[in-house]
Every structure is written in C-alpha cells, then in structure tokens.
Design a protein around this ligand. Sequence first.
Ligand code: ADP
Ligand code: ADP
Length: 236
Amino acid sequence: MLIIEGLTRRYNGRIAVDDVCLEVPRGSFVGVIGRSGAGKSTLLRMVNRLADPSAGRVLWDGRDVTRLRGRELRDWRGRCAMVFQGFNLSGRLDVLTNVLMGRLNHVSTPRALLRLWSAEDRAIALSALERFDIAELASQRAESLSGGQQQRVAIARALVQEPDIILADEPIASLDPRNTRIVMDALARINRDFGITVLCNLHALDIARGYCDRLVGLSAGRLVFDGPPGELDAEA
Ligand code: ADP
Ligand code: ADP
C-alpha cells in the first residue's frame, strides 16, 4: 500500500503540489489527470525521490520513503520503475541491452554493473520483449525503432526491474492513437498479470477513463477529484 500524506512541493516559493493525500492499495491502476502544470509530474517524481517534498510524507507498506538515504534510497528507487514520455532509452545501444539495463536496478552485483549479464538476465529480458511482441527487434539500435516500439522497450525495461510500482509520466503523449492503445495495453497487462501498482500521468481523459480503475485529478497542485472514472462522468 502506498500512502501519500500532505505531500507538498514548492519551487522558489511557488506551489507545484499542494497538500495532496492519497491511499493507493497494491495492484491499483491509477490515472493522474489534470492540465499541463497541474503538478502531476512533480507528484510522481516525489514518490521515487527524483524530487523531494517541501512537506508531507510518502509511505510504502508503512515505511517513510522520503527519509531514505544512500543504499536504502537506491533500493527504493529500484522498486519504482519509471516510464517517461520521451522513452529515455540509450539510442545507440541495442534493444536487448536497453532492457537489460532494468536488471541493474535489481541486481546490483559487480557482474551486473560491468554488464556481464547472466544467461538468466538475458532470458528474462528476451521474454519481456516477447511479451510485448518486439523480440524480433532485440538486436536493433533503440533509436531505429518507432515511438510505439521504443515505449514498449521502456516498459519491458521497467518490467525486468521487478518493481513494486510503475510510475509512468505521460507515456503516450508523443504517440499516435494506434500506438497509444498498444502502450496502454502493455501497462494494463503488467498491472493485471503481475499485480504491479501503476501510477500513470495522462493528458488524454478518454484514455484515462478507458484504462484506469481510479482517477486522481490535480488542479494547481491540489487534489480536486479522487474516484472511479464513472464518478467523474456523473459530475461532468
Ligand atoms: P504537470 O506534470 O501536471 O504538467 P509539473 O509537476 O511538471 O506539472 O509542474 C507543476 C508546476 O511546478 C509548474 O508550475 C511547473 O512550472 C513547476 N515546476 C515543475 N518542476 C520544476 C522545477 N524543476 N523547477 C521549477 N519549477 C518547476
Ligand atoms: P551509458 O553509460 O552507456 O551511456 P547508462 O547506463 O548511463 O548508459 O544509461 C543511459 C540511459 O538509460 C540514462 O538516461 C539512464 O537514466 C537510463 N537507464 C539506465 N538504466 C536504467 C534503468 N534500470 N531504468 C531506467 N532507466 C535506466
């Protein structure tokens, strides 16, 4: 269970996230919606500590992750996988190596750090690519793939990290409608098949309605809606 308590972030005195409280049971698929600048990205980034809160706490299974330092912080980040709008792949490296990078967060042995991947790591990475129908691209440079293919590589990288939570920040913002479906289906399958909690920032309300079992609405940093998609329709 993820608990967000009074989470607040200011940048140079301006409020970006304002006293947000949320309880997210394991296995939820939560869509965070709101206009550009509403604070969605800052909220997500405070969960894995890419940003630190000005006030408030983030608890995972009762432990305050906003206080973690050093090795404990690295372990926590390994349990949160990020999926970004811009994919964040190493473009000149091949697809399989990009997916294997996800194992770095999981297996921090010298072998992994030196990229001496084990046969098991390779098998896990390949099967993640197969799961998203891109195994035949394993030896291609990541930058040669389409946006939808690159985002599936990023999701495969997130999956092999064996995370508790996937934090997806506008994962479909640069994709066409067909690839939007393919990428959202991939996130939905990870959520369903592995029970991994997904927090997903989304611009597109129709997509959020169709995929998420709960929507959280932010406006000027404040939580203005929290409920199932059907409730939002009732209020509209
Ligand atoms: P969203 O993801 O909903 O578009 P953000 O979390 O990116 O919203 O931004 C919320 C507010 O915080 C905006 O006003 C934005 O300009 C500001 N902000 C976000 N990150 C930074 C930063 N690193 N430095 C200064 N201001 C920031
Ligand atoms: P190199 O050092 O060969 O340039 P890196 O290992 O630094 O490559 O990775 C390049 C990019 O991939 C960076 O943007 C990094 O943040 C990202 N990256 C690496 N490993 C992971 C991972 N496990 N999960 C998410 N992103 C990763």
